[in-house]
Design a protein around this ligand. Structure first.
Ligand code: FAD
Length: 312
């Protein structure tokens, strides 16, 4: 790594409440278990830390990558230049993982949740309190921040439908509330003019815990039956083209089970690439290219990536 970032960040660490790791293998922070080192990965302890690190990044003009739980990214084998900032994981401050009831009436509940909270933990909380609306997130790994940015969804429902507003850090280093009307939500993508998502107010309804539990159970069983959850992956590699399923296209061109190095097109769900142990990003990238070319050549459909490729 360049000593420049390490040196300047090291002097900064003294007043920092969070955790900063240098030359940290990103394979430890991604569900794919793949990825070279980031020059620095920062887990702020509180909002003051976050503002300090952004002012450092702006002043030094170093590249920034906002990481959630790393469940939708493929990091290159040579790693990431610049600073990775994450509000998730045990290292980041609890203030980024809080849940607060903003308002409620006879039918609805507005909950604020921090971007760093795991979706699964948020779903556990709402289930226990008899709050309905997030059942569709059952089995989607990752943080709330990642789910907002990705407009994560399942079973015909997506995050954009339950978001009332998003708390952001904007490009002028100001913390702001952005109403949902100012955000355009698309399939696995939300256009949010921000450097970082800090949290979101979710518009949910009062429900019956037993009913919520049953829906979650059904959703989890469906995922378990159709997804290769026993192997590291980043979920669906490609978006479903309009009116089509990416896995069917990949299957139809005979690529189910294809291996390059230790990366394999899943037998169970051909739109998943799994890490069979020690796979390299270059193996996954070669498979992605092979799938893209073959599907386009044989079916005329151009597949678009859902997984984000980060670093080199
Ligand atoms: C087994 C498996 C199953 C999956 N199933 C589904 C599914 O059913 N539906 C679905 O939609 N997805 C699914 N995914 C993909 C993934 O879980 C989601 O996209 C998830 O929402 C990503 O959250 P994350 O915290 O891991 O984000 P990351 O992967 O860390 O990041 C994703 C994107 O969000 C940005 N980001 C993250 N946090 C912030 C923040 N605080 N501020 C600004 N930007 C941020 C990152 O820069 C990046 O661009 C699955 C993945 C796996 C491994």
């Amino acid at each position: 790594m360049t000593t420049r970032i390490q040196d300047s960040l090291s002097s900064f660490i003294k007043e920092f409440k969070g955790v900063i790791l240098f030359d940290e293998p990103m394979s430890r922070h991604t569900s794919f278990r793949i990825g070279g080192p980031s020059e620095a990965i920062v887990f702020p302890g509180n909002e003051d830390d976050l503002l300090k690190i952004f002012s450092f990044i702006r002043r030094k003009k170093v590249p920034l990558f906002m990481l959630g739980e790393g469940t939708n990214i493929l990091v290159g084998d040579r790693g990431i230049r610049g600073v990775v900032v994450s509000l998730s994981s045990k290292f980041a401050g609890n203030c980024f993982k809080s849940i607060v009831t903003v308002k409620e009436d006879a039918r609805s509940v507005y909950l604020y949740a921090g971007a760093g909270i795991a979706l699964a933990k948020l779903l556990r909380y709402t289930t226990e309190k008899g709050i309905s609306g997030l059942e569709f997130t059952a089995g989607i790994p990752g943080s709330l921040g990642g789910a907002v940015i990705m407009n994560a969804g399942s079973y015909g429902k997506e995050m954009g439908e339950v978001i009332d507003s998003v708390r952001i850090l904007d490009h002028n280093a100001k913390i702001k509330e952005l109403p949902a009307e100012d955000i355009s939500f698309h399939y696995r993508y939300a256009r949010i003019p921000a450097v970082a998502v800090l949290g979101a107010v979710l518009r949910l309804t009062k429900g019956d815990t037993e009913k919520i539990r049953n829906t979650i159970k059904e959703n989890l069983i469906r995922k378990k039956n159709t997804q290769p959850l026993d192997k590291p992956s980043a979920g669906s590699v490609f978006k479903n083209p309009t009116g089509m399923r990416a896995w069917q296209l990949i299957d139809s061109v005979g690529l189910r089970g294809t291996c390059i190095g230790n990366a394999r097109v899943s037998e169970k769900h051909p739109n998943f690439i799994v890490n069979n142990g020690g796979a390299k990003a270059r193996d996954v990238l070669s498979l992605i290219r092979q799938i893209g070319h073959k599907v386009e050549y044989k079916t005329g459909v151009t597949l678009e990536l859902e997984v984000k490729i980060i670093g080199t």
